[in-house]
Write a protein that binds this ligand. Structure first.
Ligand SMILES: *[C@@H]1O[C@H](CO)[C@@H](O)[C@H](O)[C@H]1NC(C)=O
Ligand SMILES: *[C@@H]1O[C@H](CO)[C@@H](O)[C@H](O)[C@H]1NC(C)=O
Length: 279
């Protein structure tokens, strides 16, 4: 099929859009302000609009309509179709993906988190990048702070369930643990280790998933990265990450941890992230 497409591409200008050979899940960038439509034609309704330079995820769909070729795209948690003329593929070489906007490449992620295996990084990268985009974690300063906190909380994305039983949280009304067993039921899960009935309920409501009744879902990567971003934004942490200095980063540590547990490890990941991503 790829060979067929390649030959077809060389012979046909009209068909060039079918020749993108872009992998599903790849990052695209808008070259101008752009409307994302519900179907592959300008007569379809606008699902959302993006500015120039926005990173979008390619869903794998390619369709023609109204004189354009339309790529299926996902951005800000919304899916639709965008005219391919106004999209460029973000450089996909050397470790998969780019580090612009809300995306991070597997290569950069693994340099920031040396204990993350290549297979896990490749398994998580799509969930992570979708969550970063949905949460506007889209600058070097934001990504390096966010990833440093995740790295510490999950041991470089290796542990999505807290080691302790959770019994220590029993009866913690400040966490919404008001029923017997809540401490264990709502122990830390996901890459940022959300904890407590109140957080599971609020995250679930925000994401449209009933986490209060299905708490273990928070440990699955498709949900976990979204709960991490939900937590980050529910505490308005982008604004402290934007300071891009130690005092701003310390505030993110305190809001996540309640204190400065693991400060040296968080700081080391943060410093490495800024250096890898260039800020
Ligand atoms: C990686 O794991 C090893 C062994 O658990 C640990 O000693 C080391 O500190 C970890 N490295 C990072 C960067 O977290
Ligand atoms: C950190 O950055 C913020 C925002 O630019 C600034 O107001 C604050 O003074 C800085 N803190 C230090 C210790 O430099």
């Amino acid at each position: 099929m790829k060979l067929f497409l390649a030959v077809f591409c060389l012979l046909s200008v009209v068909a060039s859009a079918y020749c993108s050979l872009i992998a599903s899940g790849a990052s695209l960038r808008s070259t101008t302000a752009l409307n994302i439509r519900s179907g592959p034609c300008t007569s379809n309704g606008i699902v959302t609009s993006v500015g120039a330079g926005t990173t979008l995820k390619f869903t794998g769909s390619v369709q023609s309509g109204c004189g354009y070729t339309w790529y299926g795209v996902e951005v800000n948690g919304k899916r639709g179709h965008a005219a391919s003329n106004f999209l460029t593929e973000v450089n996909n070489g050397g470790g998969g993906g780019s580090n612009t906007g809300a995306s991070i490449s597997v290569d950069a992620l693994r340099r920031i988190m040396p204990n993350l295996s290549s297979s896990k990084a490749n398994q998580y990268i799509g969930y992570l990048n979708s969550a970063l985009a949905a949460g506007n974690i889209n600058t070097c300063c934001r990504k390096s702070a966010f990833l440093a906190q995740l790295a510490h909380e999950s041991g470089d994305l290796n542990w999505f369930v807290e080691f302790a039983s959770g019994a220590a949280y029993e009866g913690r009304k400040d966490l919404g643990n008001i029923y017997p067993g809540d401490g264990v039921r709502y122990k830390g899960r996901g890459p940022i280790q959300i904890t407590g009935r109140a957080n599971y309920r609020a995250a679930g409501q925000a994401l449209g998933i009933d986490l209060e009744n299905n708490p273990t879902r928070a440990a699955d990567p498709d949900v976990g990265f979204r709960t991490a971003v939900w937590f980050w934004n529910s505490r308005s942490l982008n604004q402290y990450a934007d300071q891009c200095n130690q005092s701003g980063f310390d505030i993110t540590t305190r809001r996540i941890n309640g204190g400065y547990n693991g400060k040296a490890d968080r700081d080391a990941h943060w410093t490495r992230g800024k250096s890898v991503l260039g800020c």
